[in-house]
Design a protein around this ligand. Structure first.
Ligand code: IDP
Ligand code: MG
Length: 143
């Protein structure tokens, strides 16, 4: 199995619900390691840039408002098959479709306010990690 890195964001509703430890615990139990983390209250420019791929979607403005409504916890996770493992822990985008026991099924309110973000491929993970952490700030894998 390949060791990968992926970008994780606990969105404003996850912070509001005081779920950082709960969510990090799930990552750690699944064998993922937090190798970088920062809490930020995103500016409109930062949120728009991060979600630029969705700029033509009808929900884009609402998504940017939601993502800038409070602080977020941004992390880099490392581990075997980290991208898909993290996506599996999150569950489907719409919590109504998410498997039970996933983060979104357990905590999300709606398809928009869905608690967490995770990169969808190693290529997008590299771009997203660079967006928030640049070339440094990510520790080498420790085990
Ligand atoms: P993902 O977060 O599961 O990868 P994406 O399709 O990349 O899902 O969408 C990015 C984010 O945009 C979602 O996590 C959610 O917050 C929001 N979103 C996606 N689809 C909708 C929608 O149909 N209505 C409102 N918000 C949406
Ligand atoms: Mg996505």
């Amino acid at each position: 199995m390949a060791v990968e890195q992926t970008l994780s964001i606990i969105k404003p509703d996850g912070i509001q619900k005081n779920l950082i430890g709960e969510i990090y615990g799930r990552f750690e139990k699944a064998g993922l390691e937090v190798v970088a983390a920062r809490m930020l209250h995103l500016s409109k420019d930062q949120a728009e840039g991060f979600y630029a791929v969705h700029s033509e979607r009808p929900f884009f403005n609402d998504l940017v408002s939601y993502m800038t409504s409070g602080p977020v916890m941004i992390s880099v996770l490392s581990g075997d098959e980290a991208v898909i493992k993290h996506r599996d822990l999150m569950g489907a985008t719409n919590p109504a479709d998410a498997d039970s026991g996933t983060i979104r099924a357990d905590f999300a309110m709606s398809i928009e306010e869905n608690i967490c973000h995770g990169s969808d491929a190693t290529e997008t993970a590299a771009v997203e990690i660079n967006y928030f952490f640049g070339d440094d700030g990510v520790c080498p894998r420790t085990r």
